[in-house]
Design a protein around this ligand. Structure first.
Ligand code: SF4
Length: 363
């Protein structure tokens, strides 16, 4: 069984914090979709698929006609399983009763809304086009339409306080989404927001405050029925994103479009981020490829397993890491960044915050 990811990079504006592979030139849309369809045709061999994900960029910016062409190309070339999860990322300004109906007709049954915050004064420095009210309307329309709904939020934003974050969280909970993704603001090199912070023109909340809010969110969301299942992801039972779980459980997937990653057999590879190169030669626009040896498989199994609240089995960790693994677990249990859940080893909420640092001690 496979997962399919399609990267749809078009955005109306370039948000100040964003380092994704995007394009604001919508005039490229038709040729880009032609190129993705060619790439799909070149790689498919009729395999069964049970998760599909249109990500971006802003897939909701792509016309219904082009989304329909992509969905048809996938169905022509792959065997899409009955009940497959089919997600689309959408910005609040695009989520209306009409767009939801059109997406549903294509078989899309899960909408992930890029809300980021329900506070206008936090959205404004990000350059987002929506405000609190539009985000609330989008959430209400999506939940009301019956599609599975995710809300993306960001922690650590300029102007964010404990009170505004709690208010955002309560609005998301009250909106009834079955899934919530809570990301830490990542100040990426080369972004306008990073430059503003470096110049002292924009201030971010301090790390301790952000850490406390992350831990608060984990318990508040659990109380509201949205259990944490991964560092940044929370869901009602059965609402977990099956496509993303596939990534973390090292399942196979094809990615199509610029910057899309694939993992098939023992090979990981990624496409170019350059949209013009991709449009000109979608079948040879690869910019990275590696065959995983036993060492990488070991690292990935632990790194991806520990992202999840199901953690990794203690025996498996020790088998993979030997005595170093035993000492690492002892240290983590003693210092409070790991916990045991029966025979499994899991990061505590505090541990999740610094999990990259802790995992790097293992390898
Ligand atoms: S809408 Fe999303 S992908 Fe597009 S620029 Fe903004 S953050 Fe980046």
């Amino acid at each position: 069984m496979l997962g399919l990811y399609v990267h749809l990079p078009f955005c109306r504006v370039h948000c100040t914090y964003c380092a994704f592979a995007i394009s604001t030139d919508i005039s490229l849309q038709q040729r880009y979709v032609d190129a993705v369809i060619a790439e799909i045709a070149s790689r498919a061999a009729g395999e069964e698929v049970d998760t599909l994900y249109f990500g971006g960029g802003t897939p909701s910016r792509v016309s219904i006609e082009n989304l329909a062409r992509l969905a048809a190309a996938i169905r022509d070339r792959f065997a899409v399983a009955a009940g497959a999860e089919f997600s689309i990322e959408a910005n609040p300004e695009d989520v209306t009763g009409e767009s939801l109906e059109a997406w549903r007709e294509l078989g899309i049954n899960r909408v992930s809304i890029g809300v980021q915050s329900f506070a206008d004064r936090e959205l404004e420095p990000l350059g987002r086009l929506h405000g609190r009210e539009r985000a609330r309307e989008a959430l209400s329309a999506a939940v009301g339409s019956g599609v599975r709904t995710n809300v993306d939020l960001i922690l650590g934003l300029p102007n964010q306080t404990a009170a505004t974050f709690q208010e955002t969280l309560e609005t998301a909970i009250a909106g009834g989404a079955g899934h919530l993704s809570l990301y830490m603001l990542d100040l990426e090199e080369g972004t306008p927001l990073k430059a503003q912070v470096v110049r002292g023109r924009t201030h971010l909340p301090d790390d301790e405050g952000v850490a406390a809010l992350y831990e608060y969110a984990i318990s508040r969301l659990a109380e509201a029925g949205l259990a944490q299942y991964e560092i940044s992801n929370f869901a009602r039972r059965g609402e977990e994103c099956r496509h993303n779980l596939r990534y973390w459980n090292r399942g196979a997937y094809h990615g199509f479009g610029i910057a899309a990653h694939s993992f098939v057999g023992s090979q990981r590879f990624a496409n170019t981020r350059n949209i013009r190169h991709y449009i000109d030669a979608p079948l040879s626009a690869r910019d990275f490829s590696e065959n995983l040896g036993p060492g990488e498989v070991r690292r990935e199994t632990i790194f991806l397993g520990l992202r999840q609240t199901s953690g990794v089995s203690y025996d498996h960790l020790v088998e993979l890491c030997g005595q170093e693994g035993v000492e690492w677990v002892e240290r983590g249990l003693q210092d409070g960044w790991l916990r045991r859940a029966e025979e499994r080893v899991v990061f505590t909420p505090y541990g999740f915050l610094l999990s990259n640092d802790y995992i790097s001690q293992l390898f």
